[in-house]
Ligand binder design. Sequence first.
Ligand code: BMA
Length: 332
Amino acid sequence: MSQLYDKQTIVGEAIPNMPWEDRPAGCEDVVWRSSRNPIIPRDLIPSSNSIFNSAVVPCNGGFAGVFRCDNKARRMVLHSGKSSDGIRWEIDHDMIEFICDDKEVGYFEYGYDPRVCWLEDRYYVTWCNWYHGPTIGVGYTYDFCHFYQAENAFLPFNRNGVLFPRKIGGNYAMLSRPSDNGHTPFGDIFYSESPDMCYWGKHRHVMASSRGWQSTKIGAGPTPIETTEGWLMIYHGVITSCNGFVYSAGAALLDLDEPWKVLYRTEPYILSPQKLYECVGDVPNVVFPCAAVSDAPTGRIAIYYGGADTVVCMAFAQVDELIDFVKSHSRL
Ligand code: BMA
């Protein structure tokens, strides 16, 4: 691939033991799948119907995460997990019970599609949380054993709340996707700021759904990755086919200081449901990225995504190649 942009790098930490596989011989895709997919089967814990759309971060020299484990009553709940290599996971058999001093906020009906973000001194968790409909729950943990719940960020209905890993313009910053109470046939990505993680405002429109694979709705995926070229935002996009929604993934570069300004955005997808574990499952034809681990010195990115609302999968990319691809295949 092109070496034109060899100064394009990740602004962040070194994660020398992050999971990685080189691009397979003969593959020309900018994002390639793990040969070990799916890395987490649907039945890894006794209670689970399916484990997918989950979030992973480096933690204490290994990895930790928050996992969407829909149980056999088909209730959507969250579990914590740990791993030494980011590939083989031990998921807690008990669901996360958030500690919350306000019963009104802490009542838990369901939670799904978590994101985890290291920010200042703790791991923040955001997820789609029931509060008279889906909205953005916010919590945090220091150790992935005890989890604390804060105020919901927004009014219902909202989904895909994704924090930035540092303050922007002096405030905490979050992407989200206002929606409806059902299987939302629309959806744009918005940006909001908060001085205290409680009160959110300064709402800005970031991106609308557009054409093709991203024509029905879009939503932010992993915590945005800071690069020398802007925030690298991997997101999902949906097209409505005769057979229902199809979820693919794309990438965009957002301005570092004003992230609601989109610099580049992929017209083609970077990953779409093509493998059996993405096309066959409880909801067919879904790839849904929720996390990415990146190593600044090497520019390696490992993406975690849900396959067919059933299993957890991984894919890999090299940051300079991905930025090059986003720029050269952009349509705003
Ligand atoms: C969305 C969310 C995701 C899911 C997707 C496909 O609305 O519920 O968790 O992966 O639908 O079913």
